[in-house]
Write a protein that binds this ligand. Structure first.
Ligand code: ACO
Length: 367
C-alpha cells in the first residue's frame, strides 16, 4: 500500500470551509485524510503499492501476466494507468488495462483477476486499487471535500492448486443512479472548456443522502449474497473488509448482518474515503495488525458511483504477510526497476531515431 505523506486534519479543513471536527467525526467517523502532493499521482501511488506487493510476495515483475488498475482518477484518459505501472515495473510479459467502477473498482478488478486465473489463461495477476479524488473535489464544497483522501493498494494473485483462495464473487450495477455521484465534465459528453471550468463541472457532485441510503442497503446485501455463493452463513465470516466511506454506513451494515462491528476492518478515521484504494489499504493494514490468519473466511465488499457494487469471498491461505524477500532479491528487484527505466527510455529513443531515419530515407528518395 501507499499513502501520501501530506495529512489534512478535520481541524485544517475547518479553517478553510464552514465545517467542524465535531460534525465530520460524528457524521462520518473521519478524522484525517492523506492528500497527494506535488509529484504524486494515481500512477505514481499505484507503482509504489505494486512494488510493495511484489516485495511481500517476493515475485519477479517479469513473471506478471496481467496488470489491472482499478481507478476512476487515472493520470490521463489515455494511456491507461496500468500501462504506466507496467512500464515502471518492467513487467515485460504483462497485458495491462484500467477498470473503472468508481469506489468498487478494486473489488471488481479482483474478481476479474480471479477469473483470468480460473480460466487458465494467466498465472500471475497484479491487481491495484488507486485513486486521487482530492484532485476532483471542490475544496469550497463542504459536503464533499471533507470525505475524500488519496492512496493505493495492491495484491498479487497467483494460480495455486487447493481449496483456499477466492471462493465466490459478486458484481452489480444500477446505472439509473448515475447522477447521484458524478463528475459532469471532462469526458466526451462535456469536454473540458473555459465554461466547464468556470462552472466547476469538473468537480465531483454527490447527492449524499441518496448515496447513503444505497450504500447501507448494498453493503449488507452484497456481503450476504457473496457469502451465500461461497456456502457460508454471515456468522461464518471471520472478517469483512468494506469500502471505507462512512462509519455510520459500516455500523448500519453490521446491524443488518447481525454481526459485531469488531468483525469489520475500519480505518477511515485515518484515510477518509480513498475510493478504489480503500479496500486494499484496509486489507494491508489488517494483515500488518495480525487480524488475518490462514483458514479465515474473509469478505471484501465495495460500492460506489455508477452505481456499482462488488464483493469477493475468500479463504485466506498464506501466513501473515511480512517482507520475507531475502536481501539479495530486494536488491535484484531494485536493479530490475532501474533497468525498466533505462529500457523505457531506450525504446523511446529507438522509436524517435527510427522515425527520423525513415524521414531521411524518404527525403533522399524524393531527390
Ligand atoms: N460540515 C458541516 N455541515 C455540513 C457539512 C460539513 N462538512 N456537510 C454538509 N453539512 C450540512 C448540510 O448543509 C446540511 O445542513 P442543512 O440541514 O442546514 O441543510 C446538514 O449538514 C445535513 O446534511 P446532510 O447531507 O443531510 O448530512 P448527512 O447526515 O446525510 O451526512 C454525508 C452527509 C456524510 C455526506 C452522508 O450523506 C454520506 O456519508 N453519504 C454517503 C457518501 C458516500 O459514501 N460517498 C462515497 C460513495 S463511493 C464513490 O464512488 C466515490
Amino acid at each position: 500500500m501507499y499513502v501520501p505523506k501530506q495529512v489534512l486534519t478535520n481541524g485544517d479543513l475547518a479553517q478553510t470551509v464552514d465545517t467542524s471536527d465535531e460534525w465530520i467525526r460524528t457524521r462520518t467517523g473521519i478524522e484525517r485524510r492523506h492528500v497527494a502532493g506535488a509529484g504524486e499521482s494515481t500512477a505514481q501511488m499505484a507503482i509504489e503499492a505494486a512494488r510493495a506487493a511484489l516485495r511481500v510476495a517476493d515475485a519477479d515483475p517479469r513473471a506478471i501476466d496481467l496488470i489491472i488498475v482499478g481507478t476512476s482518477t487515472p493520470d490521463h484518459l489515455m494511456p491507461s494507468t496500468a500501462c504506466q505501472v507496467q512500464n515502471a515495473l518492467g513487467a515485460t510479459r504483462a497485458g495491462a488495462f484500467d477498470l473503472n467502477a468508481a469506489c468498487s473498482s478494486f473489488v471488481y478488478a479482483l474478481a476479474m483477476g480471479h477469473q483470468a486465473i480460473a480460466s487458465g489463461e494467466h498465472r500471475l495477476v497484479l491487481v491495484i486499487g488507486a485513486d486521487t479524488l482530492t484532485r476532483f473535489v471542490d475544496w469550497q464544497d463542504r459536503s464533499t471535500c471533507v470525505l475524500f483522501g488519496d492512496g493505493a493498494g495492491a495484491v498479487l494473485l497467483r494460480a495455486t492448486e487447493g481449496p483456499a483462495g477466492i471462493l465466490a464473487t459478486l458484481l452489480g450495477s444500477d446505472g439509473s443512479g448515475g447522477d447521484l455521484l458524478i463528475i459532469p465534465a471532462g469526458g466526451s459528453a462535456l469536454p473540458p472548456s473555459k465554461e466547464s471550468v468556470e462552472k466547476g463541472l469538473h468537480y465531483l457532485r454527490m447527492n449524499g443522502q441518496e448515496v447513503y441510503r444505497f450504500a447501507t442497503q448494498t453493503l449488507a446485501q452484497a456481503t450476504e449474497e457473496v457469502a451465500k455463493r461461497a456456502g457460508l452463513k454471515p456468522d461464518q465470516i471471520d472478517l469483512i473488509i468494506p469500502h471505507q466511506a462512512n462509519l455510520r454506513i459500516i455500523t448500519t451494515a453490521a446491524k443488518r448482518l447481525k454481526l459485531p462491528l469488531e468483525r469489520f476492518v475500519v480505518n477511515l478515521q485515518e484515510y477518509g474515503n480513498t475510493s478504489a484504494a480503500s479496500v486494499p489499504i484496509a486489507l494491508c493494514e489488517a494483515l500488518e495488525a495480525g487480524r488475518i490468519n490462514p483458514g479465515q473466511n474473509i469478505v471484501l465488499v465495495g460500492f460506489g458511483a455508477g452505481l456499482t457494487w462488488a464483493a469477493v469471498a475468500l479463504k485466506w491461505s498464506i501466513s501473515p504477510a511480512r517482507a520475507v524477500s531475502p536481501a539479495y532479491r530486494v536488491w535484484w528487484r531494485w536493479l530490475l526497476y532501474r533497468w525498466a527505466g533505462i529500457r523505457s527510455r531506450l525504446r523511446q529513443a529507438t522509436r524517435h531515431v527510427t522515425v527520423w531515419l525513415i524521414r531521411l530515407a524518404n527525403r533522399i528518395g524524393h531527390r
